[in-house]
Design a protein around this ligand. Structure first.
Ligand code: NCD
Length: 317
């Protein structure tokens, strides 16, 4: 057992529905395991046979590039049998319910399900329908736990400890699941979190989240060690279309630009992707050496390998 965990610690999770259900020690333990898998990825043959006898279904009801590819690659690098379900090419289009789809898949004897769905709570619902371990790959604007884990892993490559570090999360806070998982995880690891964005993109309950709120980008960038920009999640806004006047104005007020990198030499730029260049980040900022965005993607693979390993019944202590 790692020396930073309390004596007698046991990783006792069967699912990863959200960081809400994980303790600080669970998070530290997953991140510690991820370090081993990050090393595996540097090997000439970046593969381990850990999941050789496991069957995993990736159930994606929403668009995804990074998360789906990252989970699939992680599973294949660990030797699992992998099947992919995408709503657009399945019987969902013929009217089959989520419950029927999953019960049928369950009859095929699977060990784990990775699910992404536009409705919050779907991963939790699936735990009631199947025996498999469920991993949340993003449910509506609720949680995206593996994204937050890979974000924290990336920060821990930059700083030995997140305690007392200043992390700014900038942009569309209301509709982001990435922000919710990050707030939970970062607070557990002792970081100071400031949310920054237009008032219209701050949720009404923001005070209850126990974080700082700023409506001033300059002030926030002067303060932070890490600036995590978020995409404007148009697809989750439904009929609401008047939250800000234009993307151009949004960029003017809340987009991170090269002038900010010059003015505030400390902060590192992160982004979960997909980036809207020229909106939340000036294009050159995304490509600058202050951005660790592609490293986040590589780390995502290691973190997902660790989660799959632990939930498949890998060592629990
Ligand atoms: C995020 C998501 O899907 O919530 N992307 C991701 O998983 N890398 C953020 C986003 O869609 O903007």
């Amino acid at each position: 057992m790692s020396e930073f965990l309390p004596k007698g610690y046991i990783f006792n999770q069967n699912h990863l529905l959200g960081l809400y259900h994980y303790s600080a020690d669970d998070i530290r333990f997953v991140l510690e395991q991820a370090k081993n898998f990050r090393e595996v990825l540097e090997r000439p043959v970046p593969k381990v046979p850990t999941l050789r006898d496991k069957t995993i279904v990736n159930l994606f009801y929403e668009s995804s590039t990074r998360t789906r590819l990252s989970f699939e690659l992680a599973q294949k690098r660990m030797g699992a049998d992998v099947v992919n379900f995408s709503a657009s090419t399945s019987s969902t289009r013929k009217g089959e319910s989520l419950k029927d789809t999953i019960r049928n898949i369950n009859s095929m004897k699977i060990d784990m399900v990775v699910v992404r769905h536009e409705s919050p709570g779907v991963p939790h619902f699936l735990t009631k329908c199947v025996d498999a371990s469920i991993i949340n790959g993003g449910d509506g604007a609720h949680e995206h736990p593996t994204q937050a884990l890979l974000d924290m892993f990336t920060m821990l490559q930059l700083f030995p400890d997140l305690s007392g570090k200043n992390i700014a999360i900038i942009g569309d806070i209301s509709y982001s699941r990435v922000v919710r998982s990050n707030i939970l995880g970062l607070k557990m690891l002792g970081a100071n979190v400031t949310l920054c964005g237009p008032k219209t993109l701050m949720p009404a309950y923001v005070k209850a989240l126990g974080v700082n709120v700023s409506y001033n980008l300059d002030e926030t960038l002067a303060w932070c060690d890490v600036a995590m920009a978020l995409r404007i999640q148009m697809e989750r806004m439904g009929a609401v279309t008047d939250l800000f006047p234009s993307l151009r104005e949004y960029h003017e007020l809340f987009g991170i630009k090269m002038v900010h990198l010059d003015k505030y030499p400390k902060f590192i730029v992160m982004h979960p992707g997909p980036i809207n260049r020229g909106v939340e980040l000036e294009s050159d900022v995304a490509d600058s050496d202050r951005a660790v965005i592609l490293n986040q993607v590589t780390n995502g693979l290691a973190v997902r390998m660790a989660v799959l390993y632990l939930l498949s019944g890998g060592i629990r202590v």
